[in-house]
Design a protein around this ligand. Structure first.
Ligand code: HEC
Length: 414
């Protein structure tokens, strides 16, 4: 019965509602569902009561944003919208105006908060105040002119020094900025696209990399032509600020080519979708960092026998013969191939760094190491199987380039 008290003191119409309540005691809430609703709505506080708290919240939004406490700004805005939604329900006559105000004034403000853009926020806040007063004029209250209080009234510390991610702010303001959260790269989630070797394992310039995360893309899409695009299904990935070629995007994984131009050392990546930027993720780049492509959920190398058929336990290759093993991360090639473009079909581009291999524990001659013609970022090693090894369905094979060993895989030898 707390509502009754608020009613009696604020609004003539509601005093009548309260009197009715007293006179009829138990019998007042009768009729159809709609009639009951109308009666209940009639005893709710009017816009005036709602507006007092509403207006207070906006002062809090402003000062929280100014103090860089974007979490508090988001929270205060969310609370203001909740009060507004109460008003939309209990004052259906004002609903359309309030909803228009929400999409024209509050959504831009919410986006500024999510982007932590103070300049944009101040601009949109002042536009909003114009719209607040515009609605007062439109509803016959032109003498109610909102003024930002000189000081914050929020009974909480504003300068907490806390940092906020786009995603955190987006979650608080999901009702205003829509349900699509910004992309997030998993910590350590930038890896060699063949071996998936965990960070801090480096990746090499020119190689195929995989980026793991959440909300990276809204849907799944694959590049359909070369040179590879730097935007796919609205997604871009920037490494050290430059967009990189994309093979594939999906909510949880992106496959891309690390540009040949990426210098060895620490690098940063940011994934951008229509929902915003991910936090920048740091990863290591080394001049070579090979990964051999395995079959899914196995360490069996994807390799071709000398006759071009796929190597496997059912189709082993003989000792002394040459297999082709697919990998990425060999580093620089001569002549160079531009980033995003397929290796030419008429000119081979061997690796600039020396390669070596062992199969079954014995040194195996590398006949060719370089880019696979017609593909982007894909390389191959043509390796002769030593004749002195023990055959088997799973014979260990490792390849090093520039002294760096890749993942250990197996091939089948007869
Ligand atoms: C849908 C139109 C509408 C919008 C939008 C609107 N108001 Fe109001 N506001 C009103 C009406 C109508 C009243 C008069 C209350 C009543 O119905 O008795 C009011 C009253 C007020 C009051 C006086 C409350 C009191 O009783 O002391 C303040 C302060 C106020 N509004 C601030 C704001 C602020 C700040 C905004 C923008 C963030 C805003 N209003 C947006 C319609 C609106």
């Amino acid at each position: 019965m707390q509502k009754k008290r608020i009613i009696g003191t604020t609004n003539g119409i509601l005093v009548i509602g309260a009197a009715l309540l007293l006179a009829q005691t138990t019998s007042w809430l009768t009729g159809t569902g709609d009639q009951k609703f109308d009666k209940l709505a009639g005893i709710q506080p009017g816009l005036g009561t709602v507006m007092i708290e509403y207006a207070k919240r906006f002062g809090n939004v402003y000062y929280a944003a100014q103090a860089g406490n974007w979490g508090m700004a988001a929270y205060q805005l969310k609370e203001a919208v909740e009060i507004q939604e109460v008003a939309e329900t209990t004052r259906p006559a004002r609903k359309a105006l309030l909803q228009g105000f929400e999409s024209n004034a509050l959504v831009p403000l919410a986006n500024d908060i999510v982007k932590q853009n103070l300049d944009g926020f101040k601009r949109d806040f002042s536009t909003m105040v114009t719209m607040c007063n515009g609605c007062h004029a439109a509803t016959g209250f032109s003498y109610i002119v909102y003024k930002l209080p000189d000081r914050p009234k929020v009974p909480a510390k504003l300068d907490t020094g806390q940092k906020f991610t786009t995603q955190e702010l987006q979650t608080i303001l999901a009702d205003l900025v829509g349900g699509t959260p910004a992309p997030a790269i998993t910590s350590g989630g930038i890896v060699n696209g063949a071996s998936f070797a965990l960070a801090p394992a480096p990746v090499a310039p020119g190689s195929i990399i995989s980026i793991f995360g959440t909300n990276l893309a809204a849907s799944t899409a694959q590049a359909s032509a070369v040179p590879l695009p730097t935007q796919l299904a609205g997604i871009t990935v920037k490494v050290n600020g430059t967009p990189i070629p994309l093979f594939f995007v999906s909510p949880g994984q992106i496959n891309a080519q690390l540009p040949f131009e990426a210098p060895p050392g620490r690098a940063t990546a940011v994934v951008t979708s229509s929902a915003g930027d991910s936090r920048s993720e740091t990863f290591n780049v080394a001049s070579s960092a090979i990964g051999i492509f395995p079959f899914p959920s196995s360490n069996r190398a994807i390799a071709l026998n000398q006759d071009g058929s796929v190597n496997g336990p059912e189709n082993p290759e003989g000792r002394g013969r040459v297999i082709v093993v697919f990998l990425t991360g060999q580093g620089p090639v001569t002549p160079p191939v531009p980033t995003g473009r397929a290796a030419p079909l008429d000119t081979l581009s061997p690796a600039a760094l020396p390669g070596a291999a062992t199969i079954g524990g014995s040194t195996a001659p590398v006949m060719f190491l370089g880019l696979t013609p017609g593909f982007v970022g894909l390389a191959q090693a043509n390796i002769q199987i030593p004749s002195d090894i023990t055959p088997g369905a799973q014979v260990a094979m490792s390849i090093t380039v520039g002294g760096q060993a890749g993942n250990t895989t197996t091939i089948s030898v007869k």
